[in-house]
Write a protein that binds this ligand. Sequence first.
Ligand code: 0RA
Length: 644
Amino acid sequence: MRKYEAKDIKVLEGLDAVRLRPGMYIGTTGAKGLHHLVWELVDNAIDELANGHGNCVSIILEPDGSVCVEDNGRGIPVDLHPTLGISAVEVVFTHLHAGGKFDNENYAHSGGLHGVGASVVNALSEWLVVEVYKNKTTFRQEFEAKEIEGKMKGGVPKFSLFDTGIQGKKQGTFIRFKPDARIFDTVNFNVETIARRARELAFLNKGIKIIVEDSRSGTPSRKEFLYEGGIIDFVRYLNETKVPSYSEPIYISGKEGGVLLECAIQHTDAYTDNLFSYVNNIPTTEGGTHETGFKTALTRVLNGAVRKAGLIKEKDDNLKGEDFLEGLTGVISLKMASVQFEGQTKTKLGNVEAKSAVETIVASGLAKYFEDAENKPILDSVLKKAVLAAKVREDARKAKEISRAKNSIDSFNLVGKLSACSGKRPEQNELFIVEGDSAGGTAKQARNRAFQAILPLRGKPLNAEKKRIDQVLANEEIRTIISALGAGIADDFSIDNLNYHKVIILSDADQDGAHIRAILLTFFFRYMKQLIQDGKVYIGMPPLYKVHKKDVIEYAYDDNELEAAKSKVGRGYDVQRYKGLGEMNADQLWETTMDPKRRTLIQVSIDDAFAAEMLVSTLMGDAIEKRKNYIIENANFNREDGFR
Ligand code: 0RA
């Protein structure tokens, strides 16, 4: 039997700290902390196997509440530690931070919260047995929690490591431990929890078989997880319930500046992304620098491909990362030393060097993959999906902006713009949309304010034909018109709310005037079609000439009428040619253009949808003459109120 020396007591004091504050080492003393014990040992085993020594680890839940974790690696070293004078096995189980993860180049990729190691499991166990199969024989050591000098100690060696002499060819490490019920709130293992993580570890470590056995009940269960495809199989598994856009996941791996990366991706018909990242087999649920590097590379390479394929116009913005991520299932697995975890739950990778390393590997890997002519159809489907995602995103953004703009129109301030009429009956009310502030001023003086409202246009309204609805709504003049009419716009247009049943466009009889008229008609046609269909839109007709002699006045609206007017007035007449509305005084404007008894209005009615479409698109063409003629010849304008 073994005799305790001063140095052993010191070691046990280290394990005391673990028993005193288990939470510091395994997070909690609840179910999560309990299962953590298993993962400590499994992680160590996988580290050994992942280095190419062995290929199998088994986890067995025993009826007595203990758990066995066995691997077929090289076996924990059994030789004496050069300074401590005990076996390496004993060091591993009794020294904090020495357990499992060695500062050895074989274990360059170990790190993180895991790997506090086997000594923690030992410290928190009622008892623990380790067997090392090596050199064709079996070594064994046992530990237990016991009272020493009136104090409870955990992980106390019952005896030193010894060669049992039991011969065999097998190699590896076997550990069986029973969690101490005095430490844990529960000592009941959940086999589902264990199997789920075992499957994940099997995906992350291709070629390693993980066996989970539950021998606690009369009907033992056994599951084996082995994935030769590794994270490629992981992605396939994740996509089992989805429809993949292409049959094989894309796999990329590489090494860059101490970072070892593997990633596998496959797009599906889903709308969200499903990205899982790991660092040293630890899930990084909160993401971090590696995910950022991945997304940056994906976005950069695929945006290049989108342009190369001519799927967007040169002047168009790049697609966003989220467009390429839509429906993407992906697994990113990183191995690196000196891992820094950040975030709320310490599941976010903080190492900045990981971003550039991942970005480099993924960018060159993806580029290479898509250069291959064989993969052209995959690239095409990825790009097509992303372009569609971008379009949907852009449409949604517009819809949001439009509803915001519509809301702002509801509360749009018309003070100082609209001179409203006093009458409250829309069927009798008229809105004059007048070109220019000065003509607007004259119209204001001329009008019958009981039923005539005046809305002067300060500048040219936006040409709605060439713009998206959000841009149209951003235009001040157009917002003023929508607001004054009060009936909304587009799908929201409701003729019942219309404030004026005659909307009269009053512009100069020149090219500018024709242009403004065309712009307004286009806007009404595109965004308030019913206004035109119901015959509520009119064009006011100011005269072109005034023929007068003393107090006899005749107005003429074209050259034929001018001749008629001249002969009617007789010798000694004077002819004035109006170049614009502004040249008329208020009385003249009233008499010729605004007085319902004397004015001429052209009612705009477009019956034929195709003709209307032609009209509007021609109106918006650049040939001003053609446009002017088109208005006169093709639009179904009817004269109302007679001629004078
Ligand atoms: C360090 C060196 C060697 C093996 C191991 C550690 C080792 C540790 C664990 C923990 C669980 N299972 C393990 N298997 C191996 C190599 C020893 C040698 O070559 O003799």
